[in-house]
Design a binder for this molecule. Structure first.
Ligand code: SF4
Length: 388
């Protein structure tokens, strides 16, 4: 054995990887400390954004020494951050030497929403999504997910129990959160924990492309709000836009949504619908969508158990889709509203820093072959790789 190997330190545990229960267990079983000490530490980590144990003034010297020996508090590395003229802020966060993801903060009247990523890249290949063109590398750890909230919260000077700038978190960034179930659930519990970021259940939203069995599993362990990327009201079109639909068609997906809504009587489910010119923005699509929403309301026996969020498509280099005309979006919305379906149009934000919905890219070392295929397609269209 070489000297270097013999003297290697055991790997430090990143405390951002543990939720309250995990941290309590770690304190009791590994450090031989009282469980409540874990809460003290959480407040330093999440309320004060302190990562250096020596600054935790109410933690005794002996415990600090143990913490330094066994653990670290290591948020993701900020590689780059940029603010938009409209108040939107984007971070490029290094997750390892080869991969980086993006998180975006969007302030709006009385609320501030952080859009968080759950994977490096995404393997689901939704046709209108910029992340999909990059392929997939790996799941993010709990620390890497909650670390995005930590970074934004620190930057914004967020103070728990004060007027907070960061009021909502949406798991709508890069990746399909339900394919990284355990880490996402743990991170979401830290978002809602009073010793963590203290957000109410309804202010944490998980968005899925429609993994039916995992929606059921989520309803058993968490009370967060659910958003479903629908994007089409019939199977033929949805399978084209969201290939996962082939496995879990709309009827099965809507049944899972009904079950989720029945288990969470106070929450409504948001259906996201990205509006693409001439693809899914015709009046007949709006009427079919209204029917789906009505059926869900009837099954849940509650009006507005389903609401629709129309998202004007945000173009990216190499995409074959275009944003729907403003007039078509308004007509689409009116058809739904006239049929008493609660429908909002999401305002496009952060356009000038490529932070709009569906535009998050980061930096993904693709382990599939999708990125190279996409680059080949771009070259065939005469678009250079650098532009992508
Ligand atoms: S829309 Fe979401 S699920 Fe679909 S490819 Fe993009 S990141 Fe993945």
């Amino acid at each position: 054995m070489t000297e270097a190997v013999a003297s290697r330190q055991p790997e430090l545990i990143n405390l951002l990887d543990l939720d309250r229960e995990g941290l309590e267990r770690f304190f009791a079983e590994t450090l031989g400390e009282k469980r409540f000490r874990a809460h003290q530490l959480m407040k330093w980590m999440y309320h004060q954004h302190v990562t250096d144990f020596s600054q935790m003034t109410d933690v005794g010297k002996a415990l600090r020494a143990k913490l330094e020996q066994h653990c670290e508090i290591r948020p993701p590395q900020v590689l780059f951050d940029k603010g938009s003229t409209d108040g939107t802020h984007k971070w490029l966060l290094g997750m390892d030497p080869s991969n980086a993801i993006e998180a975006v903060f969007i302030p709006d009247k009385g609320r501030g929403t952080l859009c968080v990523s759950s994977q490096v890249g995404c393997g689901l290949n939704c046709q209108f999504c910029s992340t999909a063109t990059q392929g997939f590398n790996r799941n993010l750890s709990t620390a890497e997910i909650i670390g995005q909230v930590w970074t934004a919260s620190k930057h914004l000077g967020n103070k728990t129990h004060h007027q907070r700038k960061l009021t909502n978190v949406v798991m709508m960034g890069m990746g399909e959160p339900l394919l990284n179930f355990d880490n996402v659930v743990r991170a979401m519990s830290l978002m809602r924990d009073d010793n963590g970021f203290g957000l109410a259940n309804k202010r944490v939203t998980l968005s899925t492309a429609g993994l039916v069995p995992m929606i059921d599993k989520l309803s058993e362990v968490s009370d967060v709000s659910l958003a479903v990327s629908l994007h089409a009201p019939n199977d033929e079109l949805r399978t084209e836009l969201v290939p996962l639909n082939k496995k879990y068609p709309i009827a099965e997906l809507m049944d899972a949504c009904v079950r989720y809504a029945l288990r969470k009587p106070r929450t409504s489910i948001t259906f996201e619908y990205t509006m693409m010119k001439g693809v899914n923005d015709k009046p007949e699509h709006a009427r079919a969508l209204a029917k789906l929403m009505h059926k869900m309301d009837q099954q849940v026996q509650r009006q507005d158990s389903a609401k629709v969020n129309l998202i004007p498509f945000n173009p990216f280099t190499g995409t074959r889709f275009e944003r729907s005309e403003e007039a078509d979006i308004r007509t689409f919305q009116k058809i739904l509203l006239d049929q008493k379906v609660l429908t909002m149009v999401r305002r496009t934000r952060g356009d000038d820093i490529d932070a709009a919905c569906g535009q998050l890219k980061g930096q993904v070392l693709d382990r599939t072959r999708r990125q190279s295929e996409f680059k080949r397609k771009l070259e065939a269209q005469g678009v250079s790789d650098a532009a992508a």
